[in-house]
Design a protein around this ligand. Structure first.
Ligand code: FEO
Length: 394
């Protein structure tokens, strides 16, 4: 395992995780924990480290490019263990290194890896640090997505190291975005869970980054962006804007026991597609929750349906609703349907949840007994038409 050259004297020294569970949500395409080594003459710095399960790979790549005893600085942009766990391991061998971080990050490192009694350099907004002929500039980026986060900018090479910022969870076919598979879907999935709740902080961080002369964005997950780095800033700015409610597409997600909910879901979907609107259709029993949520984030309309169990929806629906709240879906179009045997509840509970999230809910929630009759299927068709109308109008 070798470090990979990005530009002269700047190397990727991270680790790859081909299968990945992320806050309990399976992300099928994996991720990377990107760490970097920067050299200048006889000076060396490491930027971020690695996940607990991947520190050996990280250490091997670092050692392929620098003797740890020769490392001058270990820069910690973010204390979350997928980027900081390698610090106490590296520092055992990097006996001459100073750890560079914000004061809040230093406090977190002491808490996470006691005693973490290193020689620290605490930095704040716009501080600089020389590494031989090269210059690091530090940019505070609080709540991207933890409070202690900073970005590191390497002035001479015009490279931004934003840790989780502008990243994507994907184990790439190539380390460089211009040679990897299209990562927009992976980036959207990642943004939806982690950064949408901090939309205002994301916009503030982007405002700072736009002032930089930027050639490369080297995040800590997924591919390195060395072509058109402002494109990813534009994308993140769009996703974090208050006005953005999604693309012109609809998610229909349901569960079923005897097929009645599926019939309603299919009828609504057909009706929407007849209006030339994209539908993404999920059976919640088998669909990866991360994929459902990513489409919910990207879509203007969300339709949820469920059989009724003990007066409410089946638990699969509750795997989606709490995450919807994190995505701040205010203004998205919402609709609900449900099937019950003798006393209802599923459609009403979804209806209540969507209204609580301040979604633009289409009345009424469609609740049917056992199986929809012709009249009720007609109502599904009408619901589909109304969803399509509102999607086109927003
Ligand atoms: Fe990739 Fe916030 O850790």
């Amino acid at each position: 395992m070798q470090a990979v050259k990005i530009v002269e004297d700047v190397f990727w020294a991270g680790a790859i995780n081909w299968t990945f569970d992320f806050y309990g949500l399976s992300i099928q395409r994996g991720t990377t924990y990107n760490a970097y080594v920067v050299k200048s003459g006889d000076k060396s710095a490491v930027i971020d480290t690695s996940h607990p399960n991947h520190y050996e790979e990280f250490m091997t790549r670092v050692k392929s490019i620098v003797n740890p005893e020769k490392i001058d600085y270990v820069i910690c942009n973010h204390a979350e263990p997928d980027h900081s766990f390698g610090i106490p391991i590296l520092m055992k061998e990097a006996v001459n290194a100073k750890v560079v971080a914000t004061p809040k990050c230093v406090a977190m490192l002491r808490r996470l890896y006691p005693p973490a009694d290193y020689d620290y350099i605490e930095v704040k907004e716009d501080d600089t640090l020389k590494l031989g002929e090269k210059t690091f500039r530090f940019i505070e980026a609080p709540f991207m997505h933890w409070p202690e986060v900073m970005f590191t900018y390497l002035e001479e090479d015009k490279i931004l190291f934003p840790c989780d910022g502008f990243a994507a969870h994907i184990a790439p076919t190539n380390l460089f975005a211009d040679k990897a598979k299209d990562i927009k879907d992976d980036a959207a999935k990642y943004f939806a869970f982690i950064f949408r709740p901090f939309a205002k902080k994301v916009r503030q961080a982007i405002e700072k980054v736009r002032k930089l002369d930027l050639k490369i964005i080297a995040p800590s997950h997924g591919p390195i962006i060395r072509e058109n780095p402002t494109e990813v800033l534009d994308l993140w700015e769009k996703w974090s804007s208050e006005e953005w409610i999604g693309e012109n597409k609809v998610v229909i997600a349901y569960n079923t026991m005897w097929g009645a909910d599926k019939l309603m879901a299919e009828t609504i979907a057909d009706s929407i597609m007849e209006e030339d609107i994209e539908v993404n259709f999920f059976d919640l029993e088998t669909a990866p929750v991360a994929d459902v949520l990513k489409e919910c984030f990207e879509s203007k309309a969300i339709v949820l349906g469920s059989l009724t169990v003990f007066g409410g929806p089946f638990p699969h629906v509750y795997a989606v609703l709490p995450f919807l709240k994190l995505m701040r879906p205010q203004g998205k179009i919402g609709a609900a349907f449900g099937v019950h045997g003798w006393s209802g509840g599923s459609a009403r509970k979804i209806d209540e949840a969507m209204k609580e999230l301040k979604m633009d809910f289409i009345e009424p929630a469609l609740a049917v007994v056992l199986r929809p009759d012709e009249e009720e299927l007609q109502k599904c068709i009408e619901l589909g038409k109304e969803i399509a109308k509102r999607v086109k109008a927003t």
